[in-house]
Design a protein around this ligand. Structure first.
Ligand code: AMP
Length: 113
């Protein structure tokens, strides 16, 4: 049972922003900025360390990057945006399906690094 696999399969509704054969991008249910979209690989990977070692991880990582670019274009984030990936327990990852937060639509000021 994986929440994002269920969203990808349409068992749980989401607000779709972009989709292709390899990735789905949908609105985060608890947005932290005017634009907050999650880009997820359609194949299940637990996190980015899983993507790094699985045979198709390279392909899906490339597709995620292109998906992020599509989201930025669709949402008009011409002036920039932030991408966040939380990985594992210490990274405070709450959904164990690799995903990338695309955050923007406002000038972001708080930086962790
Ligand atoms: P993370 O803490 O990096 O694992 O991020 C998980 C994200 O998934 C959080 O920002 C949640 O708000 C978001 N989320 C949880 N359930 C849903 C859902 N059903 N639809 C959209 N976003 C969700």
């Amino acid at each position: 049972m994986c929440l994002f696999c269920d969203i990808i399969e349409g068992k749980i509704p989401s607000t779709k922003v972009y989709e292709n054969d390899h990735v789905l991008a949908f609105a985060d249910i608890n947005p932290v900025a005017p634009v907050h979209v999650l880009v997820v690989p359609k194949k299940h990977f637990d996190d980015i360390t899983d993507m790094a070692v699985k045979p198709e991880g390279d392909l899906y990582m490339t597709e995620v990057m292109k998906g992020i670019n599509e989201v930025a274009r669709i949402k008009g984030l011409d002036n920039g945006f932030r991408v966040i990936n939380n990985c594992g327990e210490d990274g405070a990852q709450s959904v164990k399906h690799a995903h990338f937060h695309v955050i923007g639509g406002v000038k972001l000021t708080e930086k962790m690094v």
